[in-house]
Design a protein around this ligand. Sequence first.
Ligand SMILES: [Zn+2]
Length: 180
Amino acid sequence: MMINCKQVEMLLSFYIDGDLNYVLRKKIRDHLESCESCKNKHDMLLHFYDDMEKSYQNLSVISQESFNQTQEQYKFFKKNLSAYLDNELPLEETVKMKKYTINNKNAKKELENSYRLKELLKACFDKTKNKIKEDFSEKVLAEINTSKKLNRIDFYLKTMAAIILICVGAITLITIMMCI
Ligand SMILES: [Zn+2]
């Protein structure tokens, strides 16, 4: 049994993909050899598939390349972020970082967040430092006050002792003089 043009047309893509059994493949091959119209359709479809395959491959190569490049740049960005925030990068790297963050929205956002975090940490640190300073001065002040108080008590005690001594001395003197 021969197959007609319409049947061939329907089976062409399967034929090109090699999805048909031997009998059908042979029937189509024979038909293509004798029918120019179907042969043209077959060639066109083959080219179309070929182009599609090539474009797809090109596309994946391009996206892979740009992905790799982006990955490298991102690694560079992450590695230098902290030094960049602290202004510790050499000029060349600083320029690279600036360019990258200007052209890359996510990097810009990450940079801003890191800045904010750094400021927050610094504020926290300053607060703690000030608190420690305050605590320390309070402690020193308290100590000074205590020692002042102690000094005052010391002074009173010494004065009292002196007065008592003078009194005792005077009494002794008077007693001795009366006895004489
Ligand atoms: Zn045909």
